[in-house]
Design a protein around this ligand. Sequence first.
Ligand SMILES: Nc1ncnc2c1ncn2[C@@H]1O[C@H](COP(=O)(O)OP(=O)(O)OP(=O)(O)O)[C@@H](O)[C@H]1O
Ligand SMILES: [Mg+2]
Length: 427
Amino acid sequence: MENYQIKLVKFKEALAKIAMSNLIDHGDRILAFRLLTEALVESLNVERASIWLYDEGKTYIELCDLFEVTSKTHSAGMKLNQVDFPIYFSFLQQNRVLVVEDAHADKITSEFSTSYLTPLNIHSMLDVPIRLGGEVVGVICNEQVGRMRQWTIEDDFFVCAIADIVGRVLEAEKRLHAQRQLQTQQMQSVQAAKLASLGEMAGGVAHEINNPLQVILSASEFLKDLMMDQTLDRESLKESVHMIANTAQRIDKIVKGLKYFAREGSIEQRQLHSLSNLFEDTLSFCRERFASRGVRLDVPEIREPIFLKINAIAVSQVLLNLLNNAFDAVVGKQGAWVRLDLDVFEGMISISVTDSGEGIDPALRDKIMNPFFTTKPIGIGTGLGLSVSRGLVESHGGRLYLEPTSKNTRFVVELPRTYEDVMALIS
Ligand SMILES: Nc1ncnc2c1ncn2[C@@H]1O[C@H](COP(=O)(O)OP(=O)(O)OP(=O)(O)O)[C@@H](O)[C@H]1O
Ligand SMILES: [Mg+2]
């Protein structure tokens, strides 16, 4: 093989190695540049190869990485001011490559002679500007030490190929930076939305808790007066104590609801649970009440075992909220019933709660999921049930919605089913 052919094979191998490395598009310029300077010295057989980039104002170039063969070291940080080397910098702007055999004598590189070439014993240079979007952003320098060297056209092409790869490194870095910025912005807007709904919640909570607190305060004032009274009226005493206990329970319910909100998004308590156990546990909280008040409860028979990775307490709380709402909507009506349905799809499970009621007034549909929206009498509903439930379902990556086309009132909970859930059946 001719010399130039051997060289070409070497260059081809070096470029293939670079192409296969994941460092180029990884967004870490230091590691990528080190790979490239090492490839340059090895393939070109030079002592020094370096990558320099302009500062933002284009007043100087800064050394990002220099690899020196003898010492096998990488270094960085040196700066060269444009005003000190005007001919060299203006040449870079206008040309694709600078090939110099005798750097001391050449009219473009001689300005480096005393300050740079002599102390480093450099004789020949092959420099290629790095372009990004057509604009020069830096330069690759290859320096022959100790003797002069004649560069070949293959050397020139190889360095140009590496300069293009440096451009790719910088593009990847820019792209990753933009992606990270976008992610931060998205996180910030989610945070802002959470804070906004928290603010909305806080206003509602203050209002909701304030009313029962006033009741407790006036009942305890009344108790104080009652105790001053010599003839203690036991009936009045009982009534006030009851009122305090009931009202305190109402506050307790609100606070519990809020705790669920705060837990929204936590995934660490999720475990594989059997749906039939989940249904059983949930229904044990309400079966008696449904039966004693004449509301028929239809529950699906689950024949095959189905597992889901969920926070069982949270999902059970959601179902209970829906069952209680259904119960409240139909209790006391002729032929009242509530039905639980289960549909299993490949990537999702849908659980719905339908009641014998005939849907929800279209004017209310948009409001029912809002925190504190309730049509129930004061002291009965907090209006947190659906909004808390929706938060819990969404924190599982699912959806909770009112089925718009159903003849009867029907709420649907969709939960994603993962590969892990399905595999639990087999193992
Ligand atoms: N199955 C249903 N049928 C008719 N209306 C419903 C049904 N489920 C919910 N709603 C309406 O949506 C409102 C909000 O429900 P949500 O569960 O959020 O609060 P709540 O039931 O009023 O109070 P809480 O759940 O705190 O006891 C209810 O007051 C009711 O007007
Ligand atoms: Mg409710």
